[in-house]
Each structure stands twice: as C-alpha cells, then as structure tokens.
Design a protein around this ligand. Structure first.
Ligand code: MN
Length: 137
C-alpha cells in the first residue's frame, strides 16, 4: 500500500496535443502489472484536446464545470459535473471545456502492453469546436 499525500507538480498540456490552457495532474501511475493511469485534467474556457484515441479506451468523469466531448462521426455532446463518459478502445474523439466554461475531469486509461495510452492526431478544426460540426477527420 502506498499513500500519496500531495499531488505532484501540475503539468501544462503540450501545444501539440491541446488547444488553449490545459493543466494535467497525474493522480495515479501504479507499478506493473497494473497499467492504470489516472489524471485530473483542468481545461480553461475554450481549451480542448486534439483528436486522439486510446488503445484500451478511456473513462472521463467530470468533477467541475461543463464541457464537450465528440466522437468521430457523431455530434459534440455537452457534459457537466457528475457525468461519466466511456470512450471505446480506438474510438477517435476529443474532449474539453465549453467556450465560456471551465471544465475539470478525471481521465482514467489503461496503457497497452507497450505502455501506449494515447495516439494523437490533428487539432480540432475551427469549424468543429465548439459546434461539433464538420468532423471530417
Ligand atoms: Mn480521450
């Protein structure tokens, strides 16, 4: 058993993978054989991820505020504090704050055998965020 009393330093979301101001707190990264990774992700208004997918899927649980999630081929959906989203393995998607609302969510992923948790693709197009239209990716 291991108790972490204080979060590690927060990490800025890299511009290659995020639009706008995003901070990530790594809450859990247990030793193998566990492949669990858990983050608390803080999005400023307008901030969101690029398109990406997770080899073993992802759970998002919104802890504060209100935002958006969209899967490829679907429409953007509003999510708010208390909502939980299951993203299927290899399902292309993005998530983030609303244009005028902060959002914080827990993000739980299971890494693949090679350690990969996320495959990143292009940024969300200007006509896709926040309207959820034009998801040609
Ligand atoms: Mn994701």
């Amino acid at each position: 058993m291991h108790v972490t009393r204080q979060r590690p330093d927060t990490q800025a979301g890299p511009a290659d993978n995020f639009t706008g101001t995003v901070w990530l707190d790594e809450l859990a990264a247990p030793q193998p054989p566990s492949r669990l990774r858990m983050f608390s992700v803080h999005f400023a208004p307008g901030a969101h991820t690029a398109w990406h997918r997770h080899p073993h899927g992802q759970v998002l649980h919104v802890t504060e505020g209100e935002g958006l999630v969209q899967r490829r081929g679907g429409e953007a959906e509003r999510i708010r504090a208390g909502d939980t989203v299951w993203i299927e393995p290899d399902e292309w998607h993005w998530h983030g704050a609303g244009p005028r609302t902060f959002m914080t969510h827990l993000a739980v992923v299971e890494a693949a055998a090679d350690g990969t948790t996320t495959e990143w693709a292009c940024h969300v197009a200007a006509d896709t965020y926040p309207a959820g239209t034009g998801s040609a990716f």
